[in-house]
Design a protein around this ligand. Sequence first.
Ligand code: SF4
Length: 213
Amino acid sequence: MSRKSIKEILKIASEMFPDAKCELNYRNLFELLIAVVLSAQTTDVRVNIVTKDLFERFPTPESLANAKLSEVEEVIKSIGLYKNKAKSIVGIAKALENKEVPKSFEELIKLPGVGRKTANVVLSEGFRIPRIAVDTHVERVSKRLKVVEPSATPLEVEEALMAGLDPKDYHQAHHTLIFFGRYHCLARNPNCAVCPLTDSCRYYEEHYQNKNE
Ligand code: SF4
């Protein structure tokens, strides 16, 4: 059983998903930030449905800052954790009234509901600053393909990916790994039967290889 470098993994994954990109709809940095906060534990498809309505009703930080919490909850109630998320996005809008979305990690994580992953997505996607955001897909794929040990924390995954790649490739690597995880190496029922990476996969080894021996 071999272990491929992250560069080798990405070469194969990017042939499978050459058009991997951000699937959240947004028209500006503020909308991107709000969409990413809403996307925790929810699909991008679902987020795009609610943000269409949300951004129509509250198109600026000022309008969202002055919205009633109950109104915002009503608009986003079809997504998970909507009560907490409504509080976070109104809090963000209040903090950003008459200000730009910050371009710094330290400033972003001071905003309500914004953690390391969200800040990294905004920096990478919004500002093209070389960062790698580790979401559930990136973490799962990195562990299955032995980029890190199964016990690695999201921060350790982030550090391992960054150490193995050129900064100019971080942005696309993030999207490629997400697409690979979202559409091929799913949490349940990954597509192992047609996977070109079985020879270096911990999951495959545990679920198929050992059983055939
Ligand atoms: S063999 Fe299966 S679990 Fe491993 S990377 Fe491929 S799809 Fe994912």
